[in-house]
Design a protein around this ligand. Structure first.
Ligand SMILES: Cc1ncc(COP(=O)(O)O)c(C=O)c1O
Length: 387
């Protein structure tokens, strides 16, 4: 089946592009010896985990469910970080995870007995880490994604760590530090962040086994400076004798998916022509409203750039459920299909059924452009989450 034959709405994972990204990431691993993990929060379509596992070292999870998914479906290195774990979650996490990263000293101390018990019985030792906050903001314009913003709950500041050390904290059971401060950024911002990490935490890095440099590295973007990334990695490996981890989400599946939609109606308000689509920003691409951003759309231009401009919106009741204004060379008709690009990341994982909107199907497109539907959703998927 070709992409234009799929029933809509439908996410389409482009395996050719996914593979291209994985080869770029694997190249970084080969040249530097660093380990790269898939951040499942961005992309958890586990039908592709066999492919991803061929190129990457494993996965990272935001909590028990993602960790369990990775354990069941990939079975490679399994890391987890969460601002707070429940005691009953820790019982399972110590069985299935290799690295468990804590966001606070109190969380670490709370779960340390279970880590120690698991260490003594597991063949492969489980590794505990702390998330540090280097207090170095390099993001502009979207504070919601900045873990280094004032008053952030994410990561331990040096002052807090020093306070805990002064109160008797023993760091000898900590194998590594983790930081995550970037979002869609280039390696010059990683370099700045590492300067801050070294300035604030450098004295402690000598005693550790690993450093996880989080996600937000846009490694598979055309203008990403991979050479600088590799210099950063090598510098930290050589100076502190650390194993280096990166855990990008976006970069793994960047530009490796589409959302196929159909125009259901066209309404007019004054000069504005509005397309009602069978998809929704609020339900199927919430980052469009949250971030906000304008998803690329095939064969379209900016508003006014081409002859016919339309506002693309949805069937929900939310007045602001608008994807954006786009222009086309031809007039759009009811029943036409439109293809949003870069729809593999932070889309399927963020779906919801507000207003009872149907969830888009999920299809996979192979390197020859042949598509197969791997999951179809219906009314039961809406109903089963409500009671
Ligand atoms: C701790 C952590 N690791 C990795 C990631 C993945 O980031 P990205 O998808 O931007 O590469 C995130 C994203 O929020 C994160 O919070």
């Amino acid at each position: 089946m070709r992409i234009n034959e799929l029933a809509t709405p439908c996410y389409v994972i482009d395996e050719g592009r996914l593979t291209d990204n994985l080869k770029i990431l694997n190249g970084v691993m080969q040249r530097t010896g660093a380990k790269i993990l898939l951040a499942q929060k961005a992309f958890s379509a586990f039908c592709e985990y066999h492919l991803i596992g061929r190129y990457l070292s494993g996965t990272t999870a935001s909590g028990l469910y993602e960790a369990r998914l990775a354990h069941e479906e990939m079975g490679k290195e399994n890391h987890v970080f969460c601002p707070a774990f429940l005691p009953e979650e820790m019982d399972e996490l110590v069985e299935i995870c290799d690295h468990i990263v804590f966001n606070s000293v109190s969380q670490y101390l709370c779960h340390l007995p279970k880590i120690q018990a698991a260490k003594s019985k597991k063949k492969m030792p489980i590794s505990a880490g702390l998330r540090i906050n280097p207090e170095c903001s390099t993001q502009e314009g979207h504070e919601i994604y900045d873990p280094c913003g004032a008053g952030s709950r994410l990561g331990i500041t040096r002052a807090e760590l020093d306070r805990a050390i002064a109160n008797g904290l023993d760091l000898s059971q900590i194998d590594g530090f983790h930081f995550h401060t970037l979002c869609e950024q280039n390696s010059d911002d990683l370099e700045k962040t590492l300067d801050a990490v070294e300035a604030k935490f450098g004295d402690l890095l000598y005693n550790l086994k690993w450093l996880n440099m989080g996600g937000g590295h846009h490694i598979t973007r055309a203008d990403y400076d991979i050479a600088k990334l590799e210099e950063c990695i090598t510098h930290m490996q050589e100076k502190y004798d650390l194993e280096i981890y990166l855990e990008p989400g976006e970069a793994v599946a960047l530009n490796a998916g589409y959302l196929e939609t159909t125009v259901l109606d066209i309404v007019q308000n004054g000069d504005v022509k509005i397309l009602i689509l069978d998809t929704s920003a609020a339900c199927h691409m919430p980052d469009v409203l949250e971030m906000p951003y304008r998803p690329p759309l095939k064969n379209s231009g900016e508003a006014g750039e081409k002859k016919y401009t339309y506002r693309l919106s949805s069937c929900t009741c939310l007045a602001g459920d608008v994807i954006g204004d786009y222009s086309f060379d031809r007039e759009i008709q009811i029943g036409d299909r439109l293809t949003f690009c870069d729809m593999a990341i932070y889309s399927m994982v963020k779906n919801n059924t507000f207003n009872g909107m149907p969830l888009p199907d999920i299809a996979v497109m192979d390197a020859d452009g042949e598509c197969r539907v791997i999951r179809r959703f219906g009314y039961e998927d809406f109903k089963c989450r409500l009671s």
